[in-house]
Design a binder for this molecule. Structure first.
Ligand SMILES: [Zn+2]
Length: 415
């Protein structure tokens, strides 16, 4: 028990240390293929080497440590998460999913123990998509679903992704990026430890939870076109105020989400035109983000929200255009791997709590390759993507014990 607590303290110290590799002096920002990410990769690689792993950096820039199994033809269990961050990030989002399984490998190495299967720990180079506005670059390369067309994308400084990969030491060659793909039959699966990024585990006073699925997500853009006019001269009854229509719509979105179990819906971005205090708004664009773990519910709700937008527009003499931006399906977690995680939690005498992930994770991309499982660690106040992101050392210790037990259970299942 003591040794594991020491391992959790080491994980926490390493999170602190990695947080120093930042593009900003006063907060943590570590975007894809930047010098701070290179530094973080190198430090993680040194820890992997010290844990008895062989280490390589793949073409896209992921750092990958491999701990061999008893036989050279053994299958491989993958663990991982991302080492890039959002702007002004916290210290644990992503990083924890690399350092927790690494702690488990360190323990095996200290004991001189080999398992019937190999373990790889993957530090993905990009999940947040801050630099090129494309999520899951690292895990898509591993899953073999990388889209070569995005190599031409430019960042805000006009640097193409291909050039960024080259200067990072990778190779932006579509053929090489595709060959990085694993054969699925060589894998046992993929498991990701991640902070919850929500308040649910804390509210239930639980250190850890098992993820049932990663919710499907639909994103839309709505355009409300009414009639701009003088704020002083056009009577209320004669107005076609686009912002009033959008406002009525936003409250309708909230009402439907509150009535529908498991649904979250958000209008997070508005653009109001002409945007003057003495002019009736003639045009508004509004984003809409809708998530649910049941794709049928998501489709039904999306249809209903579209009809509501059109009805509100009709009643107010405002034209509404509706555009689908993105429609991601729900990713179910592996019943088999999740059952082993649940067993591990039970053995720790912790109530097993299942929850859907409302946020996307590398596991989404990895699910195209192999079975995935996810373990959520409680975080303070549900805060993430912020410097106040916080996890407890005791909870990290629990997550290490759960992954340890998961490895044991995989052994007893024959690898
Ligand atoms: Zn993350």
């Amino acid at each position: 028990m003591k040794m594991l607590d020491a391992a959790a303290r080491t994980v926490m110290e390493r999170c602190d240390l990695l947080a120093r590799y930042s593009e900003d002096a006063d907060c943590l920002t570590r975007r894809y293929a930047t010098v701070p990410l290179r530094q973080a990769n190198d430090v993680v690689a040194s820890w992997m080497l010290a844990a008895g792993m062989t280490v390589h950096h793949d073409y896209i820039g992921n750092v990958i440590g491999r701990y061999e199994g008893q036989a050279s033809n053994a299958r491989t269990m993958l663990f991982g998460s991302h080492l890039d961050t959002v702007c002004a990030a916290g210290k644990y989002d992503g990083i924890l999913g690399v350092l927790v399984p690494l702690a488990c490998v360190e323990r095996l190495h200290k004991q001189g123990r080999r398992l019937p299967f190999a373990i790889e720990v993957l530090g993905f180079a990009d999940e947040e998509g801050v630099r090129y506005h494309t999520a899951y670059l690292g895990s898509r390369a591993v899953a073999g679903t990388f889209d070569p067309a995005i190599l031409r994308y430019l960042d805000d400084d006009g640097i193409s992704m291909a050039d960024a990969i080259r200067s990072f030491g990778g190779q932006p060659d579509p053929a090489l990026l595709q060959t990085a793909r694993w054969r699925p039959e060589a894998l046992l699966g993929y498991c990701e430890v991640h902070i919850e990024q929500g308040p649910v585990l804390e509210a239930h006073d639980l250190p850890i939870g098992v993820v049932s699925s990663i919710s499907g997500q639909h994103r839309y853009m709505l355009h409300f076109s009414g009639q701009a006019g003088h704020a002083g001269t056009v009577p209320m009854a004669m107005r076609h105020d686009a912002l009033c229509a959008a406002s009525e719509y936003i409250l309708a979105v909230e009402a439907l989400a509150c009535q529908t179990s498991g649904l979250v819906a958000t209008v997070g971005k508005l653009r109001v035109s002409p945007g003057a205090s003495n002019v009736i708004p003639g045009y508004v664009s509004a984003s809409l983000d809708v998530r649910h773990q049941d794709d049928e519910v998501l489709a039904r709700v999306s249809t209903e929200l579209r009809q509501q937008a059109l009805r509100i527009g009709r009643e107010r003499g405002v034209t509404v255009d509706w555009h689908a931006v993105q429609q991601n399906k729900t990713v179910p977690c592996s019943p088999y791997l999740s059952s082993l995680v649940r067993r591990a939690i039970e053995e720790e005498s912790i109530p097993v709590y299942s929850l859907a992930s409302g946020a996307g994770h590398d596991a989404v991309a990895m699910s195209d390759l192999t079975e995935v499982a996810m373990l959520f660690v409680r975080c303070k106040g549900g805060i993430s993507h912020h410097a106040d992101e916080s996890v407890r050392t005791e909870d990290v210790a629990v997550s290490i014990r759960i992954v340890d037990r998961l490895l044991d259970h995989l052994c007893s299942m024959g690898g």
